[in-house]
Design a protein around this ligand. Structure first.
Ligand code: GLY
Length: 353
């Protein structure tokens, strides 16, 4: 896998302009969704080299990360004469960078592309590390390839206009990165005031978070081993997310991960000796900032079923990434049904649901 150049920009316009001028390409394309076309494209619309760019816009929202939207991107590339020497810029959240990355990776067997993530979630996770793809047959990210963008240009200016829910959603992935790195990083994340956001501080923390992910991905780009560390909180988190989709109140991805972290750190405590102090810290932080996700004991079997069908599993066992301490990672862990139900009991009791 090629190396991805990740830049935390002081001036997105300048960085992008330099890259466009330096990169040998015949045609330039910019992919946005309806929101980023309106709110983010104006930031880069007037830079040198952009005047000849062909814009492609798809419908926003993860429900449109599908084969129809993908096909519309391929069609637009084809209609406007894209060749193997063309360049695609993906400007948007994870939906745009995942789908655009897959479109670029497959069009004429692969053209180069650049990610400009516009949400916190895509800055610290989706746009980094080369996972691309679409949802298919009702399953998230069912079809895709590993193929990194040539550049990821991160400008945290986009975060200043981001709503609180989406900011918190991305922050859950930062919490996960803190948990798999160092005490220092973990405490910095816990101390951050999510109510009165200091954007300069957040920019530094985004840079640190991205560096944690980058290091893991460089070590194991195709998720054969240590990249599974990035799945911490996600085995339970994905089950919560799926369960919530059948209800009136679907959970944002990061919220599901935050609640999943509580559960999986409880499992870590019981099976690997993860300290009680840190378990209490995540509980308090999540409760204060994310609220609670409520479910009943009648839904345990359904959650178990959802986890059993998670694509991270390599056999019929449910695959967990657990910790014995901050930064002490244990991949490919399993747990008995009784313990998984005990974990749900712990979550519900601690969250008061
Ligand atoms: N989102 C986890 C990964 O990129 O591996």
């Amino acid at each position: 896998m090629g190396k991805q150049h990740i830049c935390i920009c002081n001036s997105l316009q300048q960085e992008l302009q330099d890259i466009i001028v330096q990169t040998n390409h015949d045609r330039l394309f910019v992919l946005t969704d309806e929101h980023t076309e309106k709110y983010c494209l104006p930031l880069i619309r007037d830079i040198k080299g952009m005047d000849s760019a062909q814009m492609i816009t798809i419908a926003a929202d993860d429900t449109n990360k599908n084969v129809e939207s993908l096909s519309s991107v391929w069609s637009a590339l084809s209609r406007h004469g894209a060749t193997r020497h063309s360049l695609l810029i993906n400007l948007g959240g994870g939906m745009v960078t995942d789908l655009g990355g897959f479109a670029a990776s497959t069009f004429k067997r692969g053209i180069r592309y650049i990610n400009i993530p516009t949400t916190l979630l895509s800055m610290v996770d989706a746009a980094v590390g080369g996972k691309t793809g679409i949802n298919f047959n009702g399953l998230k990210n069912e079809v895709g390839v590993f193929n990194p963008s040539e550049y990821v240009l991160i400008d945290t200016v986009f975060l200043k206009t981001m709503d609180h829910t989406n900011l918190l959603s991305g922050y859950a992935e930062m919490l996960k990165h803190g948990l798999i790195s160092t005490q220092e990083e973990w405490h910095r994340l816990l101390a951050f005031d999510m109510e009165t956001v200091d954007y300069d501080k957040l920019k530094e923390m985004v840079a640190a978070s991205v560096a944690i992910k980058e290091k893991v991905v460089l070590e194991d780009p195709y998720e054969k081993g240590i990249r599974k560390a990035l799945n911490l909180g996600h085995t339970v988190g994905h089950a919560f997310e799926s369960l919530s989709f059948a209800s009136e109140k679907p959970l944002a991805h990061g919220y599901a991960v935050a609640f999943g972290l509580i559960c999986e750190l409880y499992l870590s405590h019981v099976t690997c000796g993860f300290p009680k102090t840190e378990l209490q810290q995540i509980l308090t932080f999540v409760k204060e900032n994310y609220g609670v996700y409520a479910f009943s004991c009648n839904q345990y079997e359904e959650l178990l079923e959802l986890m059993t069908h998670d694509k991270k599993n390599e056999s019929t066992d449910i695959n967990f990434t657990l910790l014995s301490a901050i930064g002490e990672i244990h991949i490919n862990q399993t747990a008995r049904k009784e313990l998984i139900f005990e974990m749900f009991d712990f979550y519900r009791y601690s969250m008061g649901v």
